[in-house]
Design a protein around this ligand. Structure first.
Ligand code: SAM
Length: 259
């Protein structure tokens, strides 16, 4: 591993992408998701005990609240969130975007099998291949944490949303304190990586997951980052704080305070 490698050198036994904001990790993230793509859905269900479906349902309700005509699901992966959105709102035109073709291929096949008309397109969230003001709603489930630059990601979200457009981010905040937080932290750091490694055959990916969550901004800080981009925001914790839904509304202009 060279000093410039996009993989972290902190974990010599498991090559994982770097974690945190403003990190050169895109290549490492792409490689990791390309490798785990075939087992990604199974692992989601096993590692979250199936609760991930209810988180996506709650986030979908927020994203569809104003009946968007066009919605972009960024970092769609294998498309579970885009599928949930299309099932709930067949009249919304849904574009599902990701920068790992292996993940998109699985999503495309799943949507076809369900006869759902979703456009799966390759694209980098930090450089979205869409003109300004193209979508009334934009969603991103468990993808944002992996971006190499959070501010740049938010600026791209802001750019492609129409004025008044709605942003919904579903993410894992760092576990809070208290007994539940400690128990969850233990599961997350010691049990989840072992099950993940066993099922996926990729030890790095399921070491990266908890490490990237622990390095992620807490919900109040993410809300402030969204506000600094020009969004009016609110957020809600789910399942005792394991996941969080952030909702942003595009008001005013980037760089201006919105009161
Ligand atoms: C944990 S998966 C989440 C997939 C899906 N949204 C879900 O809810 O299951 C994260 C996804 O983010 C994608 N991703 C990470 N950084 C990205 C970027 N800069 N541009 C596009 N996709 C990105 C990865 O390729 C991966 O498919």
């Amino acid at each position: 591993m060279t000093p410039d490698s996009p993989l972290s050198s902190q974990h010599p036994h498991a090559e994982i992408p770097r974690v945190g904001d403003k990190q050169d990790k895109a290549e490492g993230v792409q490689r990791m998701f390309a490798d785990i793509a075939p087992r990604y859905d199974l692992l989601n269900r096993v590692l979250s005990f199936g609760i991930d479906k209810s988180w996506r349902r709650a986030a979908a309700s927020e994203a569809l609240l104003l009946g968007p005509a066009r919605l972009l699901d960024v970092a769609t992966g294998t498309g579970d969130f885009a599928i949930e959105l299309k099932r709930r709102s067949p009249e919304t035109h849904i574009t599902a975007s990701d920068f790992v073709p292996q993940m998109l291929d699985i999503g495309r096949k799943k949507a076809q099998a369900r006869q759902l008309d979703i456009m799966f397109e390759e694209g980098d969230a930090l450089k979205l291949p869409y003109p300004d003001a193209s979508f009334e709603a934009l969603t991103c489930a468990f993808g944002f944490r992996n971006f190499a630059d959070y501010g740049r990601g938010l600026a791209e979200f802001w750019r492609v949303l129409t004025p008044g457009g709605r942003l919904v981010i579903l993410e894992f905040p760092p576990p809070a304190g208290g007994l539940f937080g400690s128990v969850f932290r233990f599961y997350f750091r010691h049990i989840l990586p072992r099950i993940g490694a066993l099922v996926s055959g990729n030890a790095g990916a399921y070491t990266y997951l908890p490490e990237s969550v622990l390095a992620f901004p807490d919900p109040a800080r993410l809300a402030r980052l969204m506000q600094a981009t020009g969004f009016r925001t609110r957020y809600r914790l789910l399942s005792g704080g394991i996941a969080a839904i952030h909702v942003g509304t595009k008001l005013g202009s980037a760089g201006w305070e919105t009161l």
